[in-house]
Structure formats: C-alpha cells, structure tokens
Design a protein around this ligand. Structure first.
Ligand SMILES: O=C(O)CCC(=O)C1=CC=C[C@@H](O)[C@@H]1C(=O)O
Ligand SMILES: [Mg+2]
Length: 330
C-alpha cells in the first residue's frame, strides 16, 4: 500500500443519509468520505460486507482520491431511473424524480413481494414510459432457475431490455440462458461480477450477454476498465447507491469506456433524501455530468453520522487497509 493510512484518515467524514424509499432493505445510506490530492473520494461498502470484500472498495476510494484517473471521452452520461420494490401505484410519482430518463430499471424478486406485485410494478413502468422506453429488471439473484424462467416468460410481452442477475450463481445463469435460448431475452450479470473471486468467470463461460460493472466493488475505475476490456461484452455501469462523490467515480468510469452501450445506473442520487453537496449529481434531461464533486461543509454537518457510527467506519477503514496491505499487488 503506497499511501499512508494517516493520509487516508486525515479528512475523513462519515455521513448517514436517509433514502426516500426502502432500497434493498435499507432506509439510511452510510458513507465515508476521504480527500486525497486528486479530490474527494468515497468508501461505502454496505455495513454487512466482510472486511475482505470491503477492502476492494477501499482500494477504489484510494485510487480515485490519490491517483490520476483516465481522461473522460464524454462530458455527460445517460442514466436510467431506478425503481425499488414499491407498490405499482407509486411508480409514476417515483419516476418524476428522474426527468428525461427513457430507461428504467425495476427491482423484482425482493422478499415480501409476490410475483403479481412484481408484474404490476413492471407493467406500471411500461405504461408510464410508453412503447419507446427501455425497461430492465433486476432480481438480485432472488429467483431459482425455474422461477426466473416463469417470471421472465410472463414479463416478456412487456418487452424487457434485459434481466439483471435473475439467479444467484454462474451455473444458474448458464442453465437459465439454455432454457431461454431463442426467446431473445438478454441476461446481465451483476453480483456474478462484483462479488465473484474471478469477475471474468461469467464472461468466459458465456453465462451472460451483458456485464454490470461498478467502480467501488471492483477496486476502482482502472480495474473496472480492465475487466470491461477483457470481458469483451457490452457493459452497463451502475452505482452502489453512493453519494454524489461515489457517483462521480461511476460517471468517470462510464465516460472512460470506448462507447456507452446502455444507460448507466447512476441516477441514484434521486433515491436519497440528501447528499454531501448542494449540487448533487441528479439526472437532468436523462443525464448526469462527468465531474469531480466537492462536498460542502454544511451538508457534511447536516448528514453527519453519530460519533459511534463514525468510529465504526474509521475502524473499518483501518481493518480494510490492513487487508489491502497483505494482499498481493495486481
Ligand atoms: O443500477 C441501478 O439502476 C441502480 C443501482 C442499483 O440497482 C444497486 C445499487 C446498490 C446495490 C445493489 O443492490 C443495486 C444493484 O443490484 O444493482
Ligand atoms: Mg444489480
């Protein structure tokens, strides 16, 4: 590890920001913000992640704050709207937070929601978007192969752009693709990339048509770009429900890829009821800008985490730093 721990901790601020609606079971998003010579950076693995997994997110934070980044090829990034597992009658109100977005990702297969709830939510999105918009679903691996086949066959008339991580494992994705062969439905891998010991396994086994690539979980922009290049598949860049600082990392990743094949899942500032800056990277005209974000003192204070949680994050950084220091370089 080339950057001293004391440098990383020097400007540390921890925030706790309420979400507007429950998202993957959470109602507040905690994030640690750090500042290096290149600018502000973010470390925000979800609290339940192990130190071994979170250490890769720390590598991303250090890389973005302390090392030069690639020059962006575009100055804005088209983004999708993200619809959490909400009731269908709340879809229109939620989509209003994503002005100009013609692509919508809908969460499905979440605990506590039936397949009818999922169908009604996706139908409400298709109706709100009209025939020209793109609708994708994300099951976060929540279906078995048989459940995925049944649910996706039912959703097919609503014309899905793709289904993200319909089942949990790479072997499951392979089996599902075999069952859906000829249907024209595309499968994207997310957890099978960002949580895998080998993020390229899914591409090598041709178990997905598209890869979802996230900057923080993959160890930073350059690491994610390498994976995208080696995979040789179309890429969707997405967020980790970051603050606008983490979103700026994702936006630079998306703008550094040779082409943007799909709208990026980087509109998620709209799912938070606050941010670290008065100028959050909210979607405008279906896009967010590609630029560094500097948090404001006022917003860092307003959403400051409790001293106990701040200490927890500080200690987590120390532990993850140790994990990184012991990890072979590469
Ligand atoms: O891709 C998007 O539209 C938004 C980001 C998003 O869906 C996610 C962010 C953070 C955690 C994940 O569970 C989730 C995802 O699975 O892609
Ligand atoms: Mg996903």
């Amino acid at each position: 590890m080339d950057i001293p721990l004391s440098d990383i901790l020097r400007a540390l601020r921890v925030v706790s920001i309420p979400t507007r609606t429950r998202f993957r079971g959470i109602t507040t998003r905690e994030a640690a913000l750090v500042r290096g010579p290149e600018g502000w950076s973010e470390f925000s693995p979800f609290p339940e992640y192990s130190d071994a997994e979170a250490a890769t997110w720390l590598a991303a934070a250090i890389n973005f704050g302390w090392h030069p980044q690639p020059a962006p090829l575009r100055d804005t990034v088209a983004v999708n709207a993200t619809v959490p597992a909400i009731a269908a009658d709340r879809v229109a109100e939620l989509l209003a937070r994503f002005p100009g977005c013609h692509t919508v990702k809908v969460k499905v297969a979440e605990a506590g929601h039936t397949r009818d709830d999922d169908y009604a939510r996706v139908l409400a999105v298709r109706r709100a978007l009209g025939e020209d918009g793109n609708v994708r679903v994300d099951a976060n691996g929540g279906w078995s192969v048989a459940e995925a086949e049944a649910a996706l066959t039912r959703l097919a008339p609503l014309r899905l752009e793709y289904a993200e991580q319909p089942v949990a494992t790479v072997a499951g994705l392979e089996a599902l693709r075999a069952r859906l062969a000829g249907s024209g439905l595309l499968i994207a891998a997310d957890e099978s990339v960002r949580k895998a010991s080998d993020p390229l396994d899914v591409a090598r086994r041709r178990a997905a048509d598209i890869l979802v690539v996230k900057a923080q979980p993959l160890g930073g922009i350059r690491a994610a770009l390498r994976i995208a290049e080696q995979a040789g598949l179309p890429i969707v860049v997405s967020s980790a429900l970051d603050t606008s600082v983490g979103l700026s990392m994702g936006a630079l990743l998306a703008a550094s890829l040779p082409t943007q094949d799909f709208a990026a899942g980087l509109g998620t500032a709209a799912l938070l009821a606050g941010d670290v800056t008065e100028h959050p990277l909210l979607p405008v005209g279906g896009e967010i800008p590609v630029s560094r974000v500097t948090p404001s003192e006022r917003m860092l204070d307003r959403f400051a985490a409790t001293p106990e949680r701040s200490l927890w994050w500080r200690e987590r950084i120390v532990r993850c730093y140790t994990v990184l220091a012991e990890r072979p370089a590469g």
